[in-house]
Structure formats: C-alpha cells, structure tokens
Design a protein around this ligand. Structure first.
Ligand code: UN1
Length: 502
C-alpha cells in the first residue's frame, strides 16, 4: 500500500476467491474515490495474474457441483439475492452515487435494473426451455437442452456498476456456469456489494469469484486462461476488439457490448416539448455516460432553429453538483480526470471542424466543483454528419445538433457511424415511425422516447462496432451463457440410419 493516502475510516475491499475474502497475493492496493469530491471511499486490493489464476481454478473446481445443482435451486438463490437487493436498495444507491457520481435517482434506477434482472433470471431456474421435436425414424426421440459452458469471465464497466454485472452474472449462474468477475477498477465497492449479496443468498463457495484490479494487468490473463470458456465484456470498442482477437484465437466464445453514437431524430411534425424532454434526459442523464446516451440530435430543417434554441436554454439551466445533493443537482460529475479531459477535448475538436458551442463547453471549476470532475452540459451546433464529434463516442454530456431535410436523409445520418446501439424518432406520422423502425441499423429503436432506458426483458445490444453479434438481457442472454445439446434416443432396438431409411 506504499504511497497511498491513508484514511482510517475508509473501507478496504478484497477479492473473493473460493468463498474467502482475501487480499491479492502481491499485497498492493489502489484507491476508490468519489468523482464529485475527490474524497477517498475505500482502498482495494490490487490483483495480478496469480490472483486471476487462483480465481479461475476455484471456479473450475466449483463447476461440476454447480452444474449438477438443479436449476430451480440455483434460481432460488437468485430470488434470495433479489430480496436482499430490494431491502438494501437505498444504501446501495447512495454508495453507488458516491463511488461513480450518477445522481441518486439514477443510482436507484441502476440498482432496480439489477433487481429486475436478478428476478428475471431467477425465473429461468424453472424454464430454460429446450425443444422436444418429432424424430423422422420410428421409436426414436429427438430433443435439445441447454448446457452451461463452464467458467465465465465477466468484465464489467463502471457506468452501470451494479446493473451490468447482474446482466452477466445472473444468466451465467442460473444456467449453471461458475464465474470470475473482474469489475472496472473505478467501481470496486459496488462489485463487492453484489458479491456479498450473492454469497449471503447462499451461493456455494467458488461459484462466483471476484478479482479486483486494472484490466490492463488482468484482462489478457483472464481472457487467455485455458480454464475460462466464455468471456463477456462491456466497454470500449477498442478493448472489445482486442478481447475478441485474443479469445478468437483460442476459439472461445466472446460476447462484447461496446460503444454507441446514438441519435434522436426530430421530424417537423414532432411534439417538441416531448422531444426536448427526451433529448435532455438522454444526452445529459448519467452525465452522458451511458452507452445508450444520445450524442446526436438530427432535426428537420423546419424545426431545427426552434428546437436548438429551446435545447440550449434547457442545457444552460441544468445544475452541476454532487449526485447525493438531490435538491440542487441535475447532472453529476464524469468518472475521472482522464474522462473529463477526453470529453472536453471534443469541444475543441468540434470547433476546429467548424462546429459552434451553443451551450456549455467548459470544464466547470466554480467553488466545490473544482474538487470533482464536472463538465458543463454542452450543445454543439453547425455540426455536419461526418465531423468527428458526430462520429466518435464522447461518453460525456455533449450533444451535437445536425440538420436534415427528410426522413430518408435522417435515417442515412443515423446509420452513418460505425456504431449501432440505440436511436429514436419523434414524429406523429405512423408511416414515418414504421419506416424508421425498419431502416434504423441499431439494436434498439425508440419511438417518441429518448435513446436510453432499455428494460431487461428484451435483448440489449447493437450492430456493427457496438458488438460482435451477441445480445444481453431478455431471452437472448440465455444463448450467450449456454451451449445447445441435441440428444437422440433410439429405443427401436435395431440400427436405424437417419436420412437412409425408405
Ligand atoms: C449502458 O449504458 O451500458 O438503456 C447500459 C439504458 C440502461 C442501460 C444502459 N437501461 O440506458
């Protein structure tokens, strides 16, 4: 722990390996601090590849026992975990706001999304349907069933530090996989809380193992460990491509949930009040740090001036502050200094390409804000679809307004980035709405709502560089975390040759 600030009241967070909460073998640590105030929240043990190895081995040892535990019993543990989350929702939300900055109402939503996913997957304990289909030969039975893969490595981001881990852990566990969980090093506390809950709910030791530390040190070791069968990753497209390459060489299943450059289309017949609410919420909620955040507004020529004026006025009114201050804060900090610098760099990049800052545009340093990582809610105008600010993921409270002249043009612009996660249209024309639903090349499409707020019972994920073809949540998640096994039983007592009998 040499060199770290000391704070005797701060927590110390440990790995959970084979059911035991232990420090990493290297005896090193890192700091977990509040992005709104800079205060130290906890120190966390800093793992290395030896800890990864131990975690994977523990998960492997537990795999058979867990696979053979009846799925309804696995589901019951998840139900109990969901109950614990519900009971602790408020304290978990407060810890989340301190740890990663999102405003309290949104932190409650993050926990609720985790609860929803946990209950949803608990129900899968008694479903996990397979098929029983007619065989083409007499006295023969044909059926399919889901099998766990074995050991799942779940590598999760800081922006939904509770919900996203549940998207991975819950389907993995209910389907009978064991897990090594490597959360983002910005949010180790939420990860520890989730693992505590699952252990308390009755998960046997070794079924879920937690390894804290930076992905740069642990990621490759985890992905390439021969004991890991499946890697599920949420994060940047660059890291996803790297993990996909590494896992692909080893013929592992790799499920990636990556970046977005989501757009809200506003047609000339839209309800502008409704559209503005959706834009402000989707662009500046979670300080723009959702992979579903609206980063482009594509507005019809007839209403663009009016919409922009009103959006600018709304953006300027948003109050920055710590997320725990429910009365006075609309928008919290971004996660870190480097994130703040990256977000802010896009203001200059936009201006150099000809965009104009119509609202915000600055790092906020007034009074107490100087202690945290605050960026003003920013609206860029005069943006053309091919500019970097309209193409690259910014992951902060910055939105670009682009003018278009028809639905066809708007759809072209929506589809013009390398990403394909979410988009939305505001219109009162049912035909336009259906054309948009059909032609938008994204995994999520909203009509008369913003780009954020997916519910867990439908597939979540995107096309193109947003992912590698998998989906989280909903029934689709079951396909990521299980293998199909097709079983034929011949009870004829003689050799029957498929495709060759008369
Ligand atoms: C993410 O930002 O990675 O649809 C997930 C939403 C949330 C999930 C976002 N339910 O905005």
């Amino acid at each position: 722990m040499g060199g770290l600030a000391t704070n005797v009241t701060a927590l110390h967070l440990r790995n959970c390996i084979d059911g035991a909460w232990i420090d990493a073998t290297g005896n090193d640590a890192f700091e977990d601090s509040d992005p709104a105030t800079g205060e130290l929240i906890a120190t966390a043990t800093k793992s290395n590849v030896e800890d990864v190895r131990q975690a994977v081995e523990a998960a492997r040892r537990a795999a058979d026992g867990w696979r053979l535990t009846p799925a309804p019993k696995r589901g019951e543990i998840l139900y109990r975990a969901g109950e614990l989350m519900l009971r602790r929702k408020e304290e978990l939300a407060r810890e989340m706001t301190r740890e990663m900055g999102k405003v309290l109402a949104e932190a409650r939503g993050d926990i609720q999304e985790g609860i929803d996913m946990t209950y949803y997957c608990a129900g899968e304990g008694r479903r996990q349907f397979g098929d029983v289909v007619p065989a083409e030969l007499p006295d023969k039975w044909a059926m399919s069933m889901r099998q766990p893969l074995g050991v799942v490595a779940a590598i999760t981001p800081w922006n939904f530090p509770f919900a996203i881990p549940t998207w991975k852990l819950m389907p993995a566990l209910v389907l009978g996989n064991t897990v090594v969980f490597k959360p983002a090093s910005d949010t180790p506390l939420m990860a520890v809380r989730l693992v505590e809950i699952l252990m308390e709910a009755g998960l046997p030791k070794g079924v879920l193992n937690l390894v804290l530390g930076p992905g740069a040190v642990l990621g490759d070791a985890l992905v390439s460990h021969p004991g890991v069968d499946l890697v599920s990753f949420t994060g940047s497209s660059e890291t996803g491509a790297h993990i996909g390459e590494l896992g692909g060489r080893l013929l592992k299943r790799v499920s990636c949930e990556l970046g977005g450059k989501n757009a809200i289309v506003v047609m000339d017949d839209a309800d502008l009040d409704l559209a503005l609410d959706g834009i402000v919420w989707s662009a500046f909620g979670t300080s723009g740090q959702r992979c579903t955040a609206a980063s482009r507004v594509i507005a019809d020529r007839a209403i663009v001036a009016q919409l922009t004026d009103r959006l600018v006025a709304r953006a300027k009114k948003l109050r920055l502050g710590p997320g725990l201050d429910e009365k006075n804060t609309d928008v919290g900090p971004v996660i870190s200094r480097s994130a703040l610098e990256k977000v802010h760099s896009y203001v200059g990049i936009g201006e150099r390409e000809g965009a104009t800052v119509a609202a915000g545009g600055r790092v906020a340093t007034e009074g107490a804000l100087a202690k945290g990582f605050f960026h003003e809610p920013t609206v860029l105008v005069d943006v053309k679809p091919n500019m970097r600010v309209a193409q690259e993921e910014i992951f902060g409270p910055v939105v670009s307004v682009i003018e278009t002249g028809s639905l066809e043009e708007a759809v072209r612009v929506v589809n013009s980035t390398k990403y394909g996660l979410s988009c939305s249209i505001y219109t009162r024309d049912v035909n336009d709405a259906f054309r948009f639903m059909r032609d938008a090349e994204t995994g999520l499409v909203y009509v008369n709502a913003g780009t954020i707020g997916a519910e867990i019972q439908l597939p979540f994920g995107g096309t193109k560089s947003t992912g590698n073809g998998h989906r989280e949540a909903g029934r689709a998640a079951l396909d990521v975390y299980s293998e199909w096994k097709s079983i034929y039983v011949d009870f004829s007592g003689r050799l029957q040759r498929a495709q060759m009998e008369p």
